[in-house]
Design a protein around this ligand. Structure first.
Ligand code: ZN
Length: 335
């Protein structure tokens, strides 16, 4: 009798463990790891990529790498191919203005005989949802500041934190969604933006030209998720989100507790999150946003933003937290 009860108990425990391991959400979560984060960041921030400036050689190699990763995951492109090409225009350089992608501004600049033009490319992939025409988007910019041949010493702006860290998160989350093995309720778009450093150009071009922009239910952004702004608080992360959706704050609180993520978020509900990064392009259309950011540091926008200074454990825990956020954005009936 005693033996029998023990056997039943063992059977029950192993069955429940098996059931738990098969939760699709957790099946995806467990593929997010530090080695992969480091592999993406170290490649994108290597000197050979010359600072990934939008419109230049290093930026184009970064794009080829990202597309190659998406193909290996077997994720479909959003359109006919993964690239969304666009042109950015600027006045002659003595005017010291910013590049533009808006149709009206571009027409005015093009009418001037002497002007600048750069060819850029967003990268867009998707996992189609059961509700095909309802979208959630997760994105990070992959461009950075390039090189400055006039600098004395290190001339390459590697941009490990800004924003190879964010690209690693989007790629790992795409892989995790594939590995979960289930179709989300809404279509999930994975976006890697070009031209952010020149004025949020890629996300701006996308939001102005995506015919179903009003069907986008949420946007999750990463920009710089890998540094300790204060060494005494290495788990610090700023969690911005649209104030009208307080449930976004609850989601993160619950997931940190349930999945034992080593993060100390600074929760910042924001009434109009139009500053800082590509989230601004979405907030203009009143799309609810979530934005992860680990704050400024002494290497911000300097050639010393290097891979060896990245807190990889934190990158991975932010990636996991955001994967869980995106799971909710894609599957919760309302929020
Ligand atoms: Zn950035």
């Amino acid at each position: 009798m005693y033996m029998k009860a023990t056997c039943l108990l063992v059977l029950f425990l192993s069955m429940s463990a098996a059931i738990q391991a098969q939760t699709p959400k957790e099946q995806g979560l467990k593929v997010i790891n530090q080695t992969t984060a480091e592999a993406h960041i170290a490649f994108l921030a290597s000197d050979e990529l010359e600072g990934r400036e939008a419109g230049f050689h290093g930026g184009r190699i970064a794009a080829e790498y990202i597309v190659s990763c998406l193909k290996q995951m077997n994720i479909s492109p959003l359109g006919a191919c993964y690239y969304q090409p666009f042109e950015a225009y600027n006045r002659e350089r003595q005017r010291r203005e910013r590049f533009q992608v808006d149709r009206d501004s571009v027409l005015v600049i093009k009418a001037e005989k002497v002007h600048q033009k750069l060819d850029m490319r967003n990268i867009l992939a998707k996992i189609e949802g059961k509700r095909k025409n309802e979208y959630v988007i997760i994105g990070a910019h992959y461009d950075h500041l390039g090189i400055d041949p006039m600098l004395d010493g290190d001339q390459i702006y590697n941009g490990a934190d800004d924003n190879a860290s964010g690209v690693s998160a989007v790629l790992q989350i795409a892989h995790a969604f594939v590995m979960s093995g289930v179709q989300p309720e809404r279509t999930v778009i994975f976006a890697l933006w070009d031209g952010e450093e020149k004025g949020l150009l890629g996300s701006r071009f996308f939001t102005q030209n995506f015919p179903e922009i009003m069907q986008v239910k949420g946007y999750l952004n990463f920009d710089m998720i890998g540094r300790n702004s204060n060494e005494s608080n290495p788990t610090h992360v700023v969690y911005f989100y649209t104030e009208a959706h307080p449930v976004f704050g609850d989601w993160l609180k619950n997931d940190i507790a349930n999945y034992k993520l080593n993060l100390t978020p600074n929760y910042r509900p924001w009434d109009k999150p139009i500053g800082g990064s590509d989230n601004a392009s979405f907030a203009r259309f009143d799309i609810p946003v979530i934005w992860y950011h680990t704050d400024a540091h002494p290497d911000y926008h300097l050639p010393s933003d290097h891979t060896d200074k990245i807190n990889l454990e934190k990158v991975v825990d932010i990636t996991k937290a955001a994967y869980l956020n995106l799971w909710n954005l894609a599957n919760e009936p309302t929020y």
